[in-house]
Ligand binder design. Structure first.
Ligand code: RIB
Length: 307
């Protein structure tokens, strides 16, 4: 498999507010901090893949504004190929209001802006010689499906992180070499409530029965279950003190894709992704929290050494 990862997806400026607890409806609450950091599920995955060692291309759109220019510089600074990051003439750069509470849990509101104008044709030609196309659900569903078709036609494996899952057409499932939903997304897609390993396996089986070649159903700190037509494997979670879970799923997807494109088996890549996500949640912010390959390997060595 070629080792380039192509991510087609969203890029946002995250407006991050720290609060002691989530506000109730109608309540005014004093926040404890405010920062702007690069985010967006697609861009987070691209940075995670690049920091994990894969040559990475990002396909998406920003607006012609200060946030867009800062996000382009930031991706470029991480070594992500931004030749196919378009500046949309009509819409502003996407933004996300990210509220993080004292337990590190978050609530996010996204305004898509230029992400909403991403088109599958933006990715035309991007997949030649690439190994993995990584997709999510924060751009129009037609763009996700169209990019998956282009990727498959170019012989590239499609990995889909169905976040958010709402509009994604089922036609995309048989195009996927791997789907990696979290518990909530797996339930939205299959109707199976994921509460433990057996129900995660049942949801993964349902995704595979409907055409995906493999499914990794994630349960946060309870680990994940990798389902293929030949059986299921548990992926253990690493216990860490979480201070901010923002982008943990993106981190896992990008790091996993990089490891797989670099020749790891799916199970090995899933473990590498889980370790990267464990490092990610110990740091604040979306892209600032994503570890390098060396940081993830050091973490894994520390954990294995401790056993
Ligand atoms: O998954 C985290 C991301 O979701 C944030 O960076 C935010 O931009 C939203 O897209």
């Amino acid at each position: 498999m070629a080792n380039r990862v192509v991510v087609v997806g969203s890029v946002n400026m995250d407006l991050v507010i720290r609060v002691p607890r989530m506000p109730a409806t109608g309540e005014t609450l004093a926040g404890t901090g405010f920062t702007t950091v690069p985010g967006g599920k697609g861009a987070n995955q691209a940075v995670a893949a690049a920091r994990s060692g894969a040559p990475t291309t990002f396909v998406g759109r920003v607006g012609n504004d200060a946030f867009g220019r800062r996000l382009r510089r930031s991706l470029d600074g991480d070594g992500v190929d931004v030749m196919r990051l378009r500046t949309d003439p009509e819409q502003p750069t996407g933004v996300a209001i990210v509220t993080v509470d004292g337990h590190g849990e978050n609530a996010i509101v996204v305004v898509a802006g230029a992400n909403g104008r991403t088109d599958a044709q933006d990715a035309a030609g991007a997949f030649a010689g690439a190994g993995i196309c990584l997709l999510q659900g924060e751009i129009p569903a037609a763009a996700v499906l169209g990019a998956a078709r282009l990727a498959r036609a170019a012989g590239c494996a499609v990995f889909l992180d169905p976040a958010p899952p709402d509009d994604l057409p089922r036609a995309i499932w048989p195009l996927c070499a791997l789907m990696l939903p979290n518990a909530r997304e797996a339930e939205a897609l299959t109707g199976i409530a994921v509460t433990d390993a057996p129900s995660a396996k049942a949801a993964g089986d349902a995704l595979v029965a409907r055409g995906a070649r493999a499914a990794l159903v994630k349960m946060g700190h309870a680990g994940a279950v990798l389902v293929t037509p030949s059986g299921a494997t548990s992926v253990a979670a690493f216990e860490v003190e979480a201070i901010d879970t923002t982008a943990a799923g993106d981190c896992m997807a990008g790091a996993l894709a990089a490891a797989r494109a670099g020749g790891a088996s799916l199970a090995e890549a899933a473990e590498f992704g889980a370790a990267a996500a464990a490092v990610c949640v110990t740091r604040a912010g979306a892209q600032p929290s994503l570890p390098t390959r060396e940081e993830t390997l050091r973490f894994l060595r520390g954990r294995r050494g401790a056993i």
